[in-house]
Design a binder for this molecule. Structure first.
Ligand code: CP
Ligand code: NVA
Length: 306
């Protein structure tokens, strides 16, 4: 089966195909999910991802079923493998937002239905696809463009770096030294042929940037270390002064924003901000990914009855 757990599951060609599908408007004559379900499991909260994924399923002719641990208690009431098999009896795909990325890997290893990562502690590929759509929409290409991420090198950063790098862009990250990628993530990114320039000083890397991107300093699941992280990220807020280091750059944020923490209000709401273009592109991203996976030759349906 072809799954999408992280951007490097896709070749540059496959990523390009998804971007092309994402740009297509919904077509009532092209409904690859007609009569089929897509299970949308969420272990964490979501506004953009749930709504964009469910609406993408609808636009492709299918029926999304929203599932939380209130129904399935994944891994507690029933094993991950048994829930995956069960959902595969009724659904064409499983899209899942989880804490540990290993849960997605376990679902994918069952290999009875395509699995789509709707955010794990490791990556957020559908966000990265919306982000590159946004950057290409702005500049016409990513090739040669400089994307600078300021803040916590997290799940959003990893997928963004892989997508930008895959498409020939340059990725820079400004973060406190202890919040850079783990060796495992750094190796994975290097294996994908992506180079990252790192610094803890915005003035060193931001000049010449086309995009300045940030995300929360405290991701879902990290609430217990919130106070420590807020202290360690002091001085990393994207303010108007930081934006002035690359005055032509657009500002991006996957949202939800924590106004007054990683970013100042006047940056989020200012003329350089493209946050609502990004949010709108989440629907296109989900449509492109689901369309791609629905027609992938490896993704023939599994049924215990056949
Ligand atoms: N950007 C994003 O994934 O937002 P949600 O957490 O609201 O889905
Ligand atoms: N890094 C954030 C992204 C939310 C969309 C988190 O994991 O909570």
């Amino acid at each position: 089966m072809k799954h999408l757990l992280e951007i490097d599951d896709l070749s540059a060609e496959e990523l390009g195909k998804i971007l092309e599908l994402a740009r297509r408007e919904p077509d009532p004559n092209d409904l690859p999910l007609a009569g089929q379900g897509v299970a949308c499991y969420f272990a964490k909260q979501s506004a953009r991802t749930r709504n964009s994924t469910e609406m993408a399923v609808v636009q492709l002719g299918g029926h999304p079923v929203y599932i939380t641990d209130a129904e399935v208690s994944l891994g507690a009431r029933e094993s991950v493998s048994d829930v995956t098999h069960t959902l595969a009896c009724y659904h064409r795909m499983i899209c899942a937002r989880v804490y540990g990325h290993a849960v997605l890997e376990e679902m994918a290893s069952v290999d009875v239905v395509p699995i789509v990562n709707l955010l794990s502690d490791a990556g957020h590929p559908l966000q990265a696809i919306a982000d590159v759509l946004t950057i290409i929409g702005e500049f016409g290409t990513i090739e040669g463009r400089v994307v600078s991420y300021v803040g916590d090198a997290n799940n959003v950063t990893r997928s963004l770096a892989l997508a930008v790098g895959r498409l020939g862009g340059e990725m820079r990250v400004i973060s406190p030294a202890q919040y850079r990628f783990s060796d495992v993530d750094a190796d994975r990114i290097a294996a994908a042929g992506v180079e990252i320039q790192w610094s803890d000083r915005a003035e060193e890397l931001l000049p010449g940037s086309d995009v300045i991107y940030t995300d929360t300093w405290v991701s879902m699941g990290e609430e217990d270390i919130r106070e420590a992280k807020l202290r360690q990220f002091e001085g990393f807020q994207v303010t108007a002064d930081v934006l002035a280091l690359a005055p032509e750059a657009i500002f991006m944020h996957c949202l939800p924003a924590h106004r007054g923490e990683e970013v100042a209000d006047d940056v989020l709401d200012g003329p350089n901000s493209r946050i609502w273009v990004q949010a709108a592109n989440r629907l296109r991203s989900a449509r492109g990914v689901l369309r791609f996976l629905a027609s992938h030759p490896n993704n023939v349906g599994w049924s215990p009855l056949s």
